[in-house]
Write a protein that binds this ligand. Sequence first.
Ligand code: S3P
Length: 466
Amino acid sequence: MRQSQRGARLAIARARCQSARVDNSAALPRPRRFLPSGPLRGTIRVPGDKSISHRSIMLGALAVGETRVSGLLEGEDVLATAAAMRAMGASVERLGEGEWSVHGVGVGALLQPQAPLEMGNSGTSTRLLMGLIASHAITARFTGDASLSGRPMGRVIEPLSQMGAAFEASEGGRLPLTLRGAWPAVPITYRLPVASAQVKSAILLAGLNTAGITTVIEPVPTRDHSERMLRGFGADLSVEIVDGERVIRIAGEAELKPQTIEVPGDPSSAAFFIVAALVVPGSELLIQNVGLNPTRAGIVTVLRQMGGSIDELNQREVGGEPVADLLVKHSALTGIEVDPALAPSMIDEFPVLFVAAALAQGTTVTTGLDELRVKESDRLSAMAAALTGAGGRVTEQADGLTIEGTGGELLRGSANTATQTHLDHRIAMSMAVAGLASRDGVEVDDTRPIATSFPMFEALLDGLAS
Ligand code: S3P
């Protein structure tokens, strides 16, 4: 197809997406059947990284003066963070597409919110903001949707309680919950019992307004965006490796300096298009602006081990993070045993990896994935059910899935039974990708959750798939 036609199609698809965004506020589910696709060819650009977008608004809101952010992800999760920071006194303004201006109040100067903080579907907003508020003299109530209200918060309640914060949580340490922050809070040294960047970040953010040194020990490294950005804003933060563990120390009563931040593209969003291009015959896709921080890039490593052709072009740095354009070509994939040590660097990418495995030659074995059971849904059981429903051969274990691939044959698809996405954006997008490589298409029960992390997903896909 000629470039101009493709451009026009993308523009139409974008316009459709705008109206779809309006529909997202509707109470009714928005089911959709994702149809088999011809080759995916062309160039796309992925939206801003969700983790980095949350953090740029939060830290901007704590720095006195104006922080300018470009490439911000305007997904519902990040908008929940923006609304919460406004409710606590910061000015957070949209200037244009992805262009935001944040005027912060200063560390220690957050205001008491006058209404409950509505977190929607966003675990990152909830856990990181619990950390921020824990060391302020603020009482805040956190509420969320059905998915978020089922997720464990004990993992942040425990260390933040040690710092002096008090919690009244729903049964099982869940939302809705009320947090009474402590000021002054007590610095702690905390070894993470679960590999979680959210827990690490919550403690570091609480440490910002806590006199003395707050220390987090990470036996297994997780995404390090908080450390990079805290340093960038001028916090006194050090990282040392001691006996193979990362020891992160932050000095409290920090003064943050406003920054200009360019948010790199989200590798977790790129992953859907990487897998789509690998599994749909004849595809050749250039995905621009993909963040390749080593703590996030496990999916690229694993897909290459499976035989995927993924080339990194135009390697550069954006916002202090490594970025490249990825040229992805349809490839015959082979099943592998995925090294569980890679899990933290691709924790959000397993649903779409399972789709790749379902289309590979031979068996893929994944283990050590207990954490997937407490994401936006139980992603092991949700993906086992979804792929089985689409004709995949999947066995579910306590901590992983074993998948027998089709060897490149199309999946049967699920024309008559809708895939249950359980309010989980990544299940919806993964099964959309499965639909492209199926005979009958894949019916997804509700596409609205996609807007939490990737509002343009369907528009980009519709612009490519023919
Ligand atoms: C995130 C950390 C991860 C990830 C989530 C975003 C972050 O969660 O699953 O989507 O921005 O810190 P955990 O740290 O709980 O594994």
